[in-house]
Write a protein of this length. Structure first.
Length: 125
């Protein structure tokens, strides 16, 4: 029996709606192509869509690089990058990478709560 096809648009919409300070959410395939993405209106992460696509390609490359250490250090649970203007988060599902951004001034416990919820939402990807 085949699993039901996941509606990626609804999934990224539910991710972006987890908190008012969420900016961007994307599901990226293993090659770095954006399968589905949504940005909150009035919020920006990168200047252009082309920059966003280039960044997603690099996210996929870094995932491959991190796999080299899975045996010795264990699998990556999530990646948290704190920048002056944005917080970037990455989680890994089986066949997809989930990338999302949020406002940098959010408390860390809120960020961890969001990561946990997104990992549950995307567990079947």
């Amino acid at each position: 029996m085949r699993a039901a096809k996941i509606d990626l648009l609804k999934l990224v919409e539910s991710m972006i709606n987890l908190d008012p300070k969420m900016r961007f959410a994307a599901i990226i395939d293993t090659k770095g192509n954006i399968r589905e993405a949504i940005m909150k209106s009035g919020k920006t992460s990168l200047k252009t869509q082309k920059e966003e696509e280039h960044f997603c390609k690099q996210v996929a490359q870094r995932r491959k690089m991190r796999r080299e250490f899975d045996r010795t250090l264990g699998k990556v649970r999530y990646v948290h990058v704190e920048r002056e203007k944005v917080t970037q988060m990455v989680t890994y599902a089986k066949r997809n990478t989930v990338y999302f951004t949020m406002e940098p001034e959010m408390p860390i416990n809120t960020k961890i709560r969001i990561i946990t919820k997104i990992k549950k939402l995307t567990a079947n990807l």
